[in-house]
Write a protein that binds this ligand. Structure first.
Ligand SMILES: *[C@@H]1O[C@H](CO)[C@@H](O)[C@H](O)[C@H]1NC(C)=O
Ligand SMILES: *[C@@H]1O[C@H](CO)[C@@H](O)[C@H](O)[C@H]1NC(C)=O
Ligand SMILES: *[C@@H]1O[C@H](CO)[C@@H](O)[C@H](O)[C@H]1NC(C)=O
Ligand SMILES: *[C@@H]1O[C@H](CO)[C@@H](O)[C@H](O)[C@H]1NC(C)=O
Ligand SMILES: *[C@@H]1O[C@H](CO)[C@@H](O)[C@H](O)[C@H]1NC(C)=O
Ligand SMILES: *[C@@H]1O[C@H](CO)[C@@H](O)[C@H](O)[C@H]1NC(C)=O
Ligand SMILES: *[C@@H]1O[C@H](CO)[C@@H](O)[C@H](O)[C@H]1NC(C)=O
Ligand SMILES: *[C@@H]1O[C@H](CO)[C@@H](O)[C@H](O)[C@H]1NC(C)=O
Length: 405
């Protein structure tokens, strides 16, 4: 009898583990390490903030009807509720940077450290003591890292809180050198307008490409959605800002809360986002060709039976030949329908620009090979850890904008 009960319990347990599906959310952060995508926190559909940690295991082929989600919250949850943070990966550490932190018990805002690391081997969270001038609290940044272990996080947004009643949007370039744990700041010469909700993508030559988002023009709280053709570039090698007006296909909608990933051909694939009236930007899928000067927008033609809906606040990564999209909101909203949380996983097979339902990588059981494959055309001599430079963060959102306008 006891044995039978134990068996039932065991089956139940296995079933629970097997069928974990994360709750829909926005404002989470995510990071790709090897062939695992880790997800942290966010705001759930009941508007509660989260400290959950879970991953999508890409080491085996899978079908999008049953994505290989693995819950890590029991052993590895974030030590606070985390919202609108950004991540960068250096070796086996995921740096969780900025965003809003709420105490787990009293649910009030805390600001203990602006950077925590999550080590994927020990599954431990550690607040990082960093020398130099600590940046002011902020969220809605999108950080990238270079091969020398420096993390670059531009701008961001801070909303009124119990310490300060003012809303602030930043335009400083925060640089964290992880090799000696020190803050520094990029040049202010030619620095762009204060901006948040954008995407940042670092190219193999060390230039960071900033696309979209909201900027503040003219007065302190004059928010304006960024024209998608107005690209901002920051050269990490020379510490300099330049502006570029992109060409290519005309009349592409501006957007914030979209994602941008770098494919193995060194082109930037942008998905989703919302326009100035908070509806989905069209078209959802656009590609920035960075081989020509000025860069050019392309609308790729796709096929396949598994086209995703328009999304915002989702996460996007490229693993081998696939772009993987998940979480965030379906932005099919009109004045009468609210956005719907997305828990599906969508796959774009980049070899044929085909939306597919199975992830069947040629080499998905080998972590190292997976990483090398991702980076081999962007940076032939990069190794496993530097590959992390080419991951793209989830772009996290907050509907604060609507209340500000
Ligand atoms: C509140 O925010 C304003 C604007 O950013 C800043 O000048 C001021 O120092 C802040 N006050 C506190 C107490 O942080
Ligand atoms: C912020 O504004 C609220 C409402 O106007 C007020 O009650 C509160 O004291 C203010 N807090 C600070 C820190 O100024
Ligand atoms: C929203 O609802 C109102 C009232 O029912 C209706 O008149 C309007 O056409 C609806 N709008 C859309 C976009 O469906
Ligand atoms: C996502 O959808 C929910 C409704 O399900 C909505 O409350 C929220 O504002 C949407 N977007 C963001 C960025 O939170
Ligand atoms: C890269 O470009 C080549 C030639 O245009 C194309 O055949 C290949 O599918 C592209 N790969 C990706 C990942 O876009
Ligand atoms: C996955 O790839 C293998 C080898 O390339 C092939 O034999 C198999 O049919 C593929 N499976 C699916 C579901 O596409
Ligand atoms: C897969 O990885 C193995 C071991 O790294 C390598 O020998 C093999 O050539 C790879 N296969 C493909 C199709 O890339
Ligand atoms: C990986 O790259 C980093 C930075 O370029 C370098 O310091 C390190 O020695 C490399 N490691 C290996 C195993 O090649």
């Amino acid at each position: 009898m006891v044995y039978l009960l134990f068996l039932i319990f065991l089956c139940h347990l296995l079933n629970v583990i097997d069928s974990f599906i994360p709750e829909g959310r926005v404002g989470h952060s995510a990071a790709l390490v090897g062939n695992m995508i880790y997800f942290f926190g966010g705001r759930l559909t009941n508007f509660e903030f989260s400290n959950e940690v879970f991953l999508l295991d890409l080491s085996q082929p899978f079908d999008t009807f049953a994505p290989p989600w693995v819950d890590l919250s029991y052993s590895a949850s974030v030590p606070f509720l985390s919202f609108d943070a950004t991540t960068s990966v250096i070796d086996d550490n995921i740096y969780l940077i900025g965003g809003y932190m709420f105490d787990l018990i009293i649910k009030e805002e805390i600001f203990a450290s602006s950077v925590y690391t999550f080590n994927i081997n020990s599954m431990q969270w550690t607040p990082i003591a960093i020398k130099g001038i600590m940046p002011q609290r902020r969220g809605l940044m999108n950080s990238v890292s270079d091969q020398a272990g420096k993390i670059y996080a531009f701008g961001g947004y801070d909303y009124p809180n119990n310490q300060n009643n003012s809303t602030k949007v930043f335009n400083d370039m925060i640089i964290l050198d992880t090799t000696d744990s020190i803050w520094s700041y990029g040049t202010k010469t030619n620095s762009p307008l204060p901006r948040y909700y954008y995407t940042a993508t670092i190219l193999s030559d060390g230039v960071i490409v900033y696309i979209g988002g909201y900027e503040v023009v003219g007065c302190e709280l004059c928010f304006q959605i960024v024209d998608i053709y107005q690209i901002i570039l920051y050269d990490t090698k020379t510490d300099s800002w330049t502006k570029m007006e992109a060409g290519g296909v005309e009349n592409i909608d501006p957007r914030y809360s979209h994602t941008a990933v770098l494919d193995s051909n060194n082109t930037i694939i942008v998905y989703g986002g919302k326009n100035s009236v908070n509806q989905n930007s069209s078209p959802s899928l656009i590609v920035l060709n960075v081989y020509v000067q000025p860069y050019e927008w392309i609308i790729p033609s796709t096929n396949g039976n598994y086209t995703p809906p328009p999304l915002a606040d989702h996460s996007a990564f490229i693993v081998e030949d696939y772009m993987i999209l998940t979480l965030g909101n379906l932005t099919i909203s009109d004045e009468n329908t609210s956005e719907i949380p997305n828990t599906n996983v969508y796959l774009l097979d980049l070899r044929a620009f085909m939306w597919v339902n199975s992830f069947n990588s040629s080499n998905s059981s080998s972590t190292i090979t997976t990483s090398v494959q991702i980076s081999e055309t962007t940076s032939p001599d990069s190794n496993y850890s530097s590959n992390a430079n080419y991951h793209l963060n989830s772009f996290d959102g907050y509907e604060q904008i609507t209340t500000l306008k």
